[in-house]
Design a protein. Structure first.
Length: 514
């Protein structure tokens, strides 16, 4: 995923001298741009630390970095859909090759800080523009434990600036040598919707082109709506082809959007149903799915519906959850208690903290230093041998690939690999039509007999694709009875098995003999 585009950036820098392009501000951040944000001169030199990439030694190009004028840290400003500034105005610098405008802004920590506008389609959306604010560490190579990327998600109806001016994250990240990225999410009231998550994918990829950070130490942090977004983004990025989150700090954030809609005002319902959010009311026929897919848990009858609690996708990660019992948002507090309680019951590595800190709903009720110190101990773990999977879309989850599932439904299943018996368990499959298993990544072998244990409560059957079979097997048996409901593809080296029609009532053992 990560490539150093040395030749391309060298070309860009040479173009700078010809004034055909202007510099991307944070390229200078590692060593040269501190004078732009802190107000004192520093002799420009080459960027040598791990916070920058490429060849940035071209003389004087860094001087094109400009301070934002005017600028405010007011997090209630610049709300609604992101507007595109006039190129070259108010300190904005244009990088045409990346479809980005960027400017330096006053630093709250001493580390260089930048505001960026990303135009479509580079924004991850075909027509909408994204904005983010980023703080880049200086001399990170001298700080033990440096290199992490912290993604801070803002709360409802404020901008990404609230992550900077309402939290200790700027000071913490500067102290630890971490990069702090605060995305706007295309809208101040995005609720972690699918569009905002796709936009964040694009922003991280853009940042990854220019800055070094540890791919195994990406942490999401959020409060209120942002806490839900921090959880939701992590739970929906579980494959090797995505930027995967190593740990989550959730401050009173998980919420059931179906419930929020049902108890909301007419104006709130209209907002959630407009095209900038989810596009339709959740109870429109066949349209509840977009609301459910970003909710870490759905509450039915006062309890979590465990078949609709995709926060359980995070059961192998480190999760820090905080609630303030004095928070006037009592429904939100109860929702977070339910989700945290279920994760504790599932044996998740969750640090659940509940402490009274006034009758207010605010970032500062949580001790951010304690939260970040705890989460910093963890790196992205290896794919678990056993896991619950909530697949709301096709794609990879751990070492399985959901190739087809029932439309507008979240496929759920349990998976497990036992190396000693060369056994793979695919249990309790719901709304799943076709799945591919990467046996090698699971630590299993195709050269000896494979035991595939399968069960479903559904009325249909599943197609289970086994990767890594260059030749067809000698036999496939269902509970000791030879089966002919399989095919082999020598080109893809895949064995496709159509399971019996369910519900199974109990496990069915499928034996594959090479």
């Amino acid at each position: 995923m990560r490539v150093l585009h040395h030749n391309r950036f060298t070309s860009i820098l040479r173009s700078l001298q010809a004034l055909t392009l202007v510099g991307f501000a944070w390229l200078a951040a590692a060593e040269n741009a501190r004078s732009q944000v802190s107000g004192y001169a520093e002799t420009p030199g080459p960027a040598t630390g791990p916070a920058a990439k490429g060849d940035y030694t071209t003389p004087a190009w860094w001087s094109l970095v400009r301070q934002a004028v005017p600028f405010t840290w007011d997090s209630k400003s610049q709300l609604g859909p992101v507007t595109v500034p006039i190129p070259g105005s108010y300190g904005w610098t244009v990088l045409k090759a990346e479809n980005v405008e960027i400017r330096t802004v006053p630093s709250l920590s001493g580390d260089p800080t930048f505001e960026a506008i990303v135009l479509p389609p580079a924004s991850g959306h075909p027509t909408r523009t994204e904005r983010f604010t980023i703080q880049v560490p200086l001399h990170a190579e001298k700080i033990p434990g440096s290199g992490a990327l912290v993604i801070g998600f803002h709360s409802y109806s404020v901008s990404e600036k609230s992550v900077f001016n309402n939290t200790d994250l700027p000071a913490i990240c500067a102290q630890k040598g971490w990069t702090l990225l605060a995305p706007y999410g295309l809208l101040d009231t995005h609720f972690g919707n699918v569009a905002s998550q796709k936009s964040l994918d694009a922003v991280i990829a853009l940042v990854d082109e220019f800055l070094n950070f540890d791919l195994n130490r990406i942490y999401t942090v959020g409060f209120s709506m942002g806490g839900g977004a921090a959880m939701s983004y992590a739970m929906r990025r579980r494959s090797e082809d995505t930027y995967r989150v190593a740990g989550v700090v959730n401050h009173t954030g998980t919420m059931d959007l179906l419930n929020e809609y049902s108890v909301g005002s007419a104006s709130f319902k209209a907002m959630l149903s407009n095209p900038l959010h989810f596009g339709n009311p959740p109870f429109t026929k066949n349209f509840a799915f977009p609301y459910e897919r970003v909710s870490p848990g759905i509450v039915v009858g006062g309890a979590l519906d465990l078949q609709r609690t995709p926060a359980r996708n995070l059961n192998n990660l480190a999760i820090y959850t905080y609630v303030n019992p004095g928070d006037p948002q009592t429904g939100l507090v109860q929702d977070n208690i339910k989700v945290a309680g279920q994760m504790l019951a599932d044996g998740v590595n969750i640090n659940y903290v509940s402490s009274f800190n006034g009758t207010k709903h605010h970032w500062d009720t949580m001790d951010m230093y304690s939260a970040m110190d705890w989460i910093s101990r963890f790196r992205l773990p290896k794919d678990p041998k056993s896991a619950l999977v909530y697949a709301d879309r096709k794609g990879e989850y751990h070492y399985v690939d959901v190739r087809d599932s029932q439309r507008l439904r979240t496929a759920t299943f349990g998976l497990g690999a036992q190396v000693s018996g060369n056994t793979f368990t695919l249990s309790d499959t719901r709304y799943l039509d076709k799945i591919a298993l990467d046996l090698d990544r699971a630590g299993l072998s195709t050269s000896i007999r494979l035991n595939l244990v399968w069960s479903t409560p559904d009325a249909g059957s599943d197609i289970v694709v086994l990767k890594g079979y260059p030749v067809p097997p000698t036999s496939v048996e269902f509970d000791g009875i030879l089966s002919t409901t399989w095919t082999h593809d020598p080109v893809t080296e895949e064995l496709s098995i159509t399971t019996p029609t369910g519900p199974t009532g109990s496990d069915i053992v499928i034996l594959v003999t090479p």
